[in-house]
Design a binder for this molecule. Structure first.
Ligand SMILES: *[C@@H]1O[C@H](CO)[C@@H](O)[C@H](O)[C@H]1NC(C)=O
Length: 167
């Protein structure tokens, strides 16, 4: 059990590192966007990753959802079709290559959140809890209840843990 949990933690941190790079890349390429909205930070993406696939970085696809963050093709399109460097959205398999790559998958989630960020839980803030809801429920119905879902429970537990680690 300790082994499982430390493996998962390692994957979360790896994804978080990938997210940090994706964030740097995105920030660099869209510096004219200003500081309109704070997107998910790296630990937030790590916990979403943990909740979706136990942050399995070698996960393939299941029922049209691919990669460690279980990103569908419509989600990827809504996110603006990010690709691996040198790839093109029009090339066959660009979606699959992106969402299976930790950096590109993290970039996809960030771009999706840029588009759909909202106060799903109506607590007056747009924060990680909202991003987790949007990731699972999509941008158009993120106020649906999800407290009973395993996804959400794992996410909350992860977030509580990393928040304690961060003091
Ligand atoms: C990750 O996903 C792959 C493909 O579904 C699976 O074979 C592997 O066992 C999973 N790894 C873990 C640690 O769950």
């Amino acid at each position: 059990m300790a082994t499982t949990s430390s493996l998962a933690t390692a994957a979360v941190l790896l994804l978080a590192a990938a997210a940090a790079v994706a964030s740097a890349v995105l920030t660099g390429s869209s510096s004219n966007k200003g500081d309109v909205l704070q997107g998910p930070d790296d630990l937030c993406l790590g916990c979403i990753c943990e909740a979706t696939t136990n942050c399995n970085l070698t996960f393939g696809c299941s029922r049209g959802l691919c990669g460690p963050l279980l990103i569908s093709q419509p989600y990827w399109k809504d996110a603006g079709e990010p690709t691996l460097q040198g790839d093109s959205p029009q090339r066959e398999g660009a979606y699959f290559r992106c969402v299976r790559d930790p950096y590109c998958a993290a970039a996809t989630v960030r771009q999706y959140m840029n588009k759909f960020a909202q106060d799903c839980n109506v607590n007056g803030h747009v924060e990680c809890d909202d991003f987790a809801r949007i990731h699972y429920l999509g941008g158009y119905q993120c106020n649906l209840p999800m407290e009973s879902l395993l996804y959400y429970q794992v996410f909350r537990q992860c977030l509580n843990s990393v928040q304690q680690l961060n003091g």
